[in-house]
Design a binder for this molecule. Structure first.
Ligand SMILES: Nc1ncnc2c1ncn2[C@@H]1O[C@H](COP(=O)(O)OP(=O)(O)O)[C@@H](O)[C@H]1O
Ligand SMILES: Cc1cn([C@H]2C[C@H](O)[C@@H](COP(=O)(O)OP(=O)(O)O)O2)c(=O)[nH]c1=O
Length: 203
């Protein structure tokens, strides 16, 4: 059995990542692939309970990081690894880069602590392809405010927080040029669909 493929979608809140994630899942299914569409934090019954806590309860930044990785451990064991072993495509709305960008860049948690957690929880697992949707914070916030009536604990953060998250994603893109593709998310959804089609056809 050939191992499946693993794609993660990343970006600051409001960049348009979930819109493109949904499109890519439909597109890949249309191409005849068996696709597991999933997300983080979440993706399992326990992970979705942890997500509800993470998005609503105030907590210490290290507690936040540990819960993100706890949900991820469950997700890898219950969903991601079995799907890849079956030969399925796993298309995940956020994965480990979000922990570096949000808990590391956004909240200021020591990058080395995150690397230790990532080594523990992921081992050698990495997405085959990571798409980072990049847009100026002002544009992403405009989209977010137009779309979201009740912002969660992350969405309520100030612009400076998202500037740090964005800068971390840009650093991750620069440091991982093979795995990561940076996408200009200010373009129209249709234009971005075409870019994704090309990337998926050639990766
Ligand atoms: N390329 C785009 N151009 C303009 N608006 C967009 C684009 N992509 C998504 N949107 C809109 O912006 C809002 C946030 O999109 P969403 O995909 O939920 O963002 P994210 O998952 O990155 O937080 C939604 O109302 C969505 O319809
Ligand atoms: C996976 C992950 C998400 N997050 C945050 C980013 C998002 O603000 C929030 C929820 O992610 P997401 O599902 O992308 O939210 P939405 O669909 O509302 O755009 O969790 C982290 O801070 N660290 C992580 O490791």
């Amino acid at each position: 059995m050939i191992r499946g493929r693993f794609i993660s979608f990343e970006g600051i809140d409001g960049a348009g990542k979930s819109t493109q994630h949904a499109w890519a899942v439909d597109y890949l299914r249309g191409q005849g692939h068996t696709v597991v569409a999933t997300r983080e934090p979440g993706g399992t019954p326990l992970g979705e309970k942890l997500r509800a806590l993470l998005l609503s309860e105030p907590m210490h930044l290290e507690t936040e990081a540990l819960l993100m990785f706890a949900a991820r451990r469950e997700h890898i064991a219950e969903v991601i690894e079995p799907a890849l072993a079956r030969g399925d495509w796993v298309v995940c709305d956020r994965f480990v880069d979000a922990s570096f960008a949000y808990q590391g860049g956004g909240r200021g948690l020591d990058w080395k602590k995150l690397e230790t957690l990532a080594q523990w929880v992921l081992g050698d697992l990495q997405p085959d392809l990571t798409l980072i949707f990049d847009a100026p914070v002002a544009i992403a916030q405009q989209r977010l405010h137009a779309a979201t009536a009740n912002p969660d604990r992350f969405e309520q953060e100030q612009a400076a927080f998202f500037e740090r998250v964005r800068a971390s994603y840009l650093k991750i893109a620069t440091e991982n040029p093979v795995r990561v593709r940076l996408i200009d998310a200010t373009q129209t959804p249709n234009h971005i669909n075409k870019i994704l089609e090309n990337i998926i056809a050639t990766f």
